[in-house]
Design a protein around this ligand. Structure first.
Ligand SMILES: [Zn+2]
Length: 441
């Protein structure tokens, strides 16, 4: 259940939803203006999640029942609910300490005050309008040094920021200010860094970085750019991480007494078994009926050379059969951000900080293609898809989310609940991993 769409049919819901959205106020976020609404008239303002994130330059991930906003190493995570049908249920949600995101009229809205506070942004409520301001970040120090054969550009700021690749060895430091100018250095790969103001904040140019792999890593109030190739250490055994979705109280898609969480666990365990038998090192994000939580899953994803998240759809709208998803930012839009982040782990010995990088598109696309071919060999036609998926982006390896089919589709459901077919799925998944790993040697 990855692309679950709230389908509301009851007339009551429609009427209540109208009541929900009625009351609204002008909301200024950074330099953008939007409309804040007060669900149920409870005095808690909500704003469109995407617009809000864009206005402040936040990273944005949405996957089924979870929405995550990112600012540097910081993550704000929301449960996502369809707006409840009764005022008392709605009250429980919006007045809670960690209010969820609400889907109203097909749009995902986030609580403004809670979000602003979590970001360290100022929130000013007036009679006619609301204002959310994240003061521009200031660059307070720049350090250039060499670590394990790579150049490191370390930028310290007075708050967390996001960076975005601008191409040609340049990055936007979103909503940040720096004193203009050039800082020369004699690095292995680079000859200096330059700062200049621009429309998204400050444009950082790292001279010499354009033809080398660059990894961007965030730490609190810091961004580090690692440029160049690490000195090859002893080869480490590759790690395959398999992530059976959901678990515990989170059943995922349900059809009668058939639950997504149970089916994906069965298939994941068999896939792991097949890969271990073939000599691979395999870790699972869960091996029983419990939900380890998004961050525990992500911390394993961060160590993976190959990451496979397994799900089953609950709705039929995307079509029958499996779908093989990569995360959107894997596509060619950010080719300069890191091609070989995997090496960071291969050489080992780094402090553990949150990292953010983009996998080489060619690599993950070839894995997706191998996966689809592998399904074809067991007589199953799979589709290719893209979505912005947090867990996949946390993995430096070839990361896929595979939806094995839909519980709403009769053929899919019969296949997925048949133990011989479950084994066939596991074999297909394991075989795709083996072929992909083989092609990398
Ligand atoms: Zn799911």
């Amino acid at each position: 259940m990855v692309l679950k769409r709230a389908i509301t049919t009851a007339l009551l819901t429609v009427l209540f939803t109208l009541a929900l959205a009625q009351q609204s106020k002008l909301l200024l976020v950074g330099a953008s203006s939007m409309q804040a609404v007060y669900p149920g008239g409870l005095g808690v303002s909500y704003a469109p999640a995407k617009g809000f994130a864009r206005a402040l330059g936040l990273a944005y991930w949405q996957k089924e029942s979870r929405l995550i906003l990112g600012l540097g190493p910081k993550r704000i995570s929301y449960a996502v609910y369809a707006a409840p049908k009764t005022l008392s249920d709605l009250k429980k949600y919006v007045l809670s300490k960690t209010p969820p995101a609400l889907v109203i009229d097909g749009r995902t809205l986030i609580p403004v005050r809670y979000t602003s506070k979590s970001l360290g942004a100022s929130y000013v409520g007036g009679v006619d309008s609301l204002k959310v301001l994240l003061a521009p970040a200031r660059v307070v120090a720049v350090r250039l040094y060499v670590l394990e054969g790579r150049d490191v550009v370390e930028i310290t700021l007075n708050r967390d920021i996001n960076v975005y690749p601008a191409g040609g060895g340049r990055w936007w430091l979103i909503n940040a200010k720096a004193s203009e100018g050039m800082r020369p250095t004699a690095g292995y790969y680079i000859s200096g860094v330059r700062f200049e103001p621009g429309m998204y904040g400050t444009l950082l140019s790292i001279d010499g970085a354009e033809s080398w792999p660059v990894m961007v890593a965030y730490a609190p109030h810091k961004v580090r750019f690692y440029i160049g190739e690490t000195h090859a250490g002893p080869p480490k055994r590759s790690l395959i991480v398999i992530d059976p979705g959901h678990g515990g109280t989170d059943s995922g898609a349900i059809y009668g007494n058939i639950k997504e969480k149970d089916l994906v666990l069965k298939i994941a365990l068999q896939t792991a078994h097949a890969l271990r038998a073939a000599g691979y090192k395999v870790a699972l994000t869960r091996t029983s009926d419990d939900d380890p939580g998004e961050e525990a899953r992500a911390s394993l994803a961060e160590k993976a050379d190959v990451f496979l998240s397994l799900h089953i759809a609950g709705t039929n709208w995307a079509g029958p059969g499996p779908a093989v998803y990569t995360s959107t930012s894997y596509s060619s839009q950010m080719p300069l951000l890191v091609q070989r982040a995997r090496k960071m782990y291969a050489s080992g010995g780094y402090e553990s900080f949150l990292t953010n990088y983009v996998k080489s598109a060619a690599d993950v696309n070839s894995f997706a293609k191998t996966m689809i071919e592998s399904f074809a060999k067991i007589g199953v036609t799979a589709r290719r898809g893209e979505n912005s998926i947090y867990l996949l982006e946390r993995s430096p390896g070839a990361a896929l989310l595979v939806e094995l089919g839909s519980l709403e589709n009769n053929t899919d459901r019969m296949r997925l609940t048949d133990s011989a077919q479950q084994s066939a799925f596991a074999q297909a998944l394991a075989s795709a991993v083996r072929i992909y790993m083989g092609s990398r040697q």
